[in-house]
Write a protein that binds this ligand. Structure first.
Ligand SMILES: NC(=O)c1ccc[n+]([C@@H]2O[C@H](COP(=O)([O-])OP(=O)(O)OC[C@H]3O[C@@H](n4cnc5c(N)ncnc54)[C@H](OP(=O)(O)O)[C@@H]3O)[C@@H](O)[C@H]2O)c1
Length: 292
């Protein structure tokens, strides 16, 4: 049995992951800015503070905390919050783990497929590809560098470069499930995705020490905005309109952030398949059938 501290464990992924870890008889503690329940502990990056009790006998940390990437327009202020809520938090965890001499068996961090940059191309990106030259590339590189620090303490590090997480409890799917479903922009951009339970199973494997290093956390089946929205419309029984939401309108509404909606390449899941990870939901149809 592992005793796992999850940062941002109150969020979409953290809540489902907590359920799955508890089902597997692990012990879960959560770091939150506003703890409410008895297994939640406070941290405050602005004060370099983490409740010391959160570190008692823990064996692993899973770092999920981060201000929502697509929650607000990317002003300079928002960009700073997006970075600091992932990177400064990881740095603070590193300092406290050193200070309290916490003997961790693993540090696991979320990252995003935004690492590779928002570009539409025929390339299938793998874990050895270079970082993209845009804002999300910068975020993911700094986020991952902060996680890699734990290796200097001989703590194994796992990083999951995550695609769009499909859940019935919120996230991207909720925003896409409109009364009339349409593709976005050209509709030809790829939308790497993963079912919530497959992602959480990857975190479980990471805790078991079976996923050390960097892995893309995406389903094997590639979908474009056009094919994704068509399958979604069929699954939820809403009308599908092949006329795409125009790029200029999305740029107007979302500013710089519209890039993550309008651009995207395929991301490979080969590395995780090679270590025999079995996807419960390898196709979008299977994932959506399960969710709706
Ligand atoms: N969901 C996806 O589709 C997706 C895709 C790729 C990558 N990811 C990454 O996976 C991680 C988990 O995703 P999620 O969907 O579960 O996110 P989420 O629902 O937004 O939850 C993230 C948690 O982070 C904490 N948080 C928010 N703003 C913060 C700030 N300014 N400073 C410190 N903590 C803050 C919050 O916990 P408290 O309020 O309790 O402090 C929140 O519950 C995130 O880092 C996300 O970027 C998610």
């Amino acid at each position: 049995m592992a005793k796992i501290l999850i940062t941002g464990g109150t969020g979409l992924v953290g809540s489902r992951l907590t359920e799955m870890l508890l089902e597997k008889k692990h012990d879960v503690l959560i770091l939150s800015r506003k703890p409410k329940n008895k297994n939640e502990y406070k941290w405050d990056i602005s004060k370099n503070y983490i409740d010391k009790k959160a570190f008692e006998n823990i064996t692993h940390i899973i770092h999920l905390a981060g201000a929502g990437i697509a929650d607000e327009r990317w002003t300079q202020e928002r960009k700073k919050i997006i970075i600091e809520s992932r990177v400064d938090t990881a740095n603070l965890l590193f300092e406290k783990v050193k200070e309290h001499k916490v003997k961790l068996k693993g540090f696991v961090s979320a990252s995003g497929i935004g690492y590779y940059g928002a570009i539409t191309s025929d390339k299938i990106f793998t874990e050895t590809d270079k970082v993209g030259k845009d804002f999300l590339g910068e975020v993911c590189e700094k986020w991952e560098d902060a996680a890699h620090q734990f290796k200097t303490l001989n703590i194994p590090v796992s990083i999951l470069r995550t695609g769009i997480v499909l859940s019935k409890k919120g996230g991207a799917l909720e925003k896409m499930k409109l009364p009339v479903i349409t593709p976005l922009g050209s509709g030809n951009q790829y939308m790497p995705w993963i079912h919530m339970d497959d992602l959480c199973e990857m975190y479980v494997k990471a805790i078991e020490g079976k996923l050390i290093g960097i892995y893309n956390a995406v389903a094997p089946e590639h979908q474009t905005s056009k094919t994704f929205s068509k399958i979604l419309a069929e699954s939820v029984g809403n009308p599908f309109l092949a006329i795409a939401a125009p790029s200029f309108a999305l740029k107007l509404v979302f500013g710089d952030m519209s890039k993550i909606l309008l651009e995207g390449s395929r991301i490979s899941s080969e590395k995780i398949k090679k270590i025999n990870f079995k996807f419960q939901f390898p196709t979008l149809k299977m994932a959506l059938e399960n969710l709706f």
